[in-house]
Design a protein around this ligand. Structure first.
Ligand SMILES: NC(=O)c1ccc[n+]([C@@H]2O[C@H](COP(=O)([O-])OP(=O)(O)OC[C@H]3O[C@@H](n4cnc5c(N)ncnc54)[C@H](O)[C@@H]3O)[C@@H](O)[C@H]2O)c1
Length: 311
């Protein structure tokens, strides 16, 4: 998106290529004259310092991102999401005039009750992280904001709701369910299926991050959401309908530990201040297009599922 829309920008991509990193996803830009890729860990101080010195801004996406993995092994979440973020912040502190955008999540706010549908997270809602993933992202946010306050570095934090779209690692619920259905495998639905998430297309998320990068006020937090709340059961039923299958494909499984009941984002601040609103998340059209992408890109997800033993 940036290479297309910002013709005078150059992009440096630092990624350690963990289980979820995949250079295949970037094949169409890998030879671009204004793009370079560096395989490396955000905890590698020397490498991070060198790359940040050459940059005007850092947009920090790198993370351990899957809640279930944070429940079975929290440690890598602390190493990457907390210590890695601090390593980047130190590099930004040593550089001159580098803006730092910390890409975070609505999960830092914890859970809203199902019974009060008018309640939404605002930027001033208290942090109430319930999973090790959310706690590690909250720690990163607080570190970033503390570096702004203490060292006067230029920091902005974004907190977005659940994303969907092409190239999503197939352990996340939408690509997992779609690819399971393609192979007539059951859909493991957590608990009673009533947990609610707000769904936003990844392209809208990226447009919002760009708006924050270019125009966000330093030291501020911006919520990003689609105003598109669906229960997991509703989401699953819509996927089943689009793919011409019935509810017999649902297999209820034990609920996720500490499973947050509902996330809902009040995104009025980014709308008001930066003029951003979602344009690519219309439901169910954007979901249909996403499902079609997984149908058309069979070999992409089959390789990943086989490599990572995802069923
Ligand atoms: N996917 C969502 O729904 C969602 C919603 C809100 C916010 N976010 C945030 O967006 C960011 C990206 O999420 P995603 O879903 O694309 O995650 P992902 O797990 O699919 O990708 C994470 C990327 O980070 C890289 N990485 C991990 N540890 C690293 C390290 N130590 N050094 C360098 N690179 C490393 C991986 O190789 C991979 O390319 C995360 O910060 C996440 O918290 C995601």
């Amino acid at each position: 998106m940036l290479l297309e829309h910002r013709p005078d920008w150059s992009l440096v991509n630092l990624d350690s290529l963990t289980y979820s990193g995949n250079l295949e996803n970037l094949a169409d830009v890998s030879a671009h004259a204004r793009y370079s890729f560096h395989k490396g860990d955000i905890n590698n101080r020397e490498l991070v310092n060198r790359l940040v010195q050459q940059s005007d801004c850092v947009v920090h996406f790198a993370a351990e991102s899957h809640v279930d993995r944070s429940i079975s092994d929290p440690r890598p979440f602390i190493e990457t999401n907390v210590l890695g973020t601090q390593t980047l912040l130190e590099a930004v502190r040593r550089a001159t005039n580098v803006r730092f955008v910390n890409v975070s999540t609505d999960e830092v706010y914890g859970s809203l009750p199902l019974e009060e549908p008018d309640l939404k997270f605002t930027e001033s809602s208290p942090i109430h992280a319930n999973s090790p993933y959310a706690a590690s992202k909250a720690a990163a946010d607080l570190l970033a904001l503390s570096y702004h306050q203490t060292f006067a570095i230029d920091v902005v934090v974004t907190r977005c709701s659940n994303n969907f779209g092409a190239y999503q690692f197939p352990e996340k619920v939408i690509p997992l369910f779609v690819t399971n259905l393609i192979d007539s495998h059951k859909l493991p639905l957590y608990g009673d299926g009533k947990n609610v998430r707000d769904w936003l297309h990844v392209d809208d998320h990226c447009e919002a991050i760009l708006a924050v990068l270019e125009r966000g006020r330093s030291g501020e937090i911006y919520n990003i959401g689609g105003n598109n709340e669906r229960s997991n059961l509703e989401l699953t039923t819509t996927i089943l309908e689009i793919m011409g299958r019935g509810p017999d494909m649902i297999e209820p499984v034990a609920d996720r530990l500490g499973h947050d009941r509902r996330y809902a984002i009040d995104a009025s601040k980014i709308r008001r201040e930066l003029g951003w609103s979602p344009s690519r998340s219309s439901w169910p059209t954007a979901l249909e297009a996403t499902i079609q992408w997984y149908i058309d890109n069979d070999s992409w997800w089959r390789r990943i599922k086989a490599r990572n033993c995802i069923m």
